[in-house]
Design a protein around this ligand. Structure first.
Ligand code: IMP
Length: 199
């Protein structure tokens, strides 16, 4: 089965391909099937935004489409930046500007707890929809640590691993990350769906 990835994020393509190829699913880009859909992420939840993206691309391509919506939720920031993680602080900011905004917002704050959330949605042309959510709890550091990764990785610390996401290898991060967990759940859901056991 061919599935279109509703994202231009190369990191996501690699992760999705690796996991879904084991189910015989070929993950392709929008450009591979001649579509280019710009979806406004107007949802208030990760689930809504993932569904918006997957459904729009499925409708344009006429093929099953998969989307992921993710972000960082910080307890002392009322769950923010949350669904606004990619645009926190407005347009034109760098990843560093955005994580520094989070550090500024937590100045003097003792509660540093946070979690990353990922929601995956797959929409099929027959109207069926599969969703899976993964979460990864952690704490926000007082200053950035590590060089790898992207986004808020340098300020997201996992006490058990004693590392930020930016100090982990890709494999270490995937084993515990919100996206890794959501993808593992999604893989099981899709397996059941393709075997017809959930009908
Ligand atoms: P999305 O592409 O709309 O899902 O945007 C998610 C945003 O959340 C990204 O632009 C990052 O800022 C942040 N984010 C999501 N997952 C991660 C992660 O694994 N590490 C660091 N930042 C992340």
């Amino acid at each position: 089965m061919k599935m279109v990835l509703a994202s231009r994020n190369a990191h996501k393509l690699v992760e999705m391909r690796e996991i879904l190829s084991r189910l015989g699913v070929e993950v392709v880009l929008e450009s591979d099937v001649g579509v280019d859909v710009d979806v406004e992420e107007t949802g208030e939840t990760f689930e809504e935004n993932a569904a918006l993206k997957a459904k729009a691309v499925m409708a344009a391509a006429g093929l099953p489409a998969i989307a992921d919506d993710s972000g960082l939720c910080v307890t002392a920031l009322g769950g923010g930046p949350g669904v606004y993680s990619a645009r926190y602080g407005g347009e034109g900011l760098t990843d560093k500007d955005r994580y520094e905004l989070v550090l500024d917002g937590l100045r003097g704050q003792l509660d540093r707890s946070a979690k990353f959330v990922s929601c995956i949605c797959c929409a099929f042309p027959n109207g069926d929809v599969l969703t899976a959510r993964g979460e990864c709890p952690g704490v926000i550091t007082y200053s950035p640590r590590g060089e790898d990764g992207f986004g808020y990785d340098p300020i997201f610390f996992l006490p058990e691993q004693k590392k930020t996401f930016a100090q982990m290898t890709g494999a270490e991060k995937n084993a515990v990350s919100h996206r890794g967990r959501a993808l593992a759940k999604f893989k099981t859901e899709l397996e059941n769906y393709l075997n017809g056991t959930d009908k």
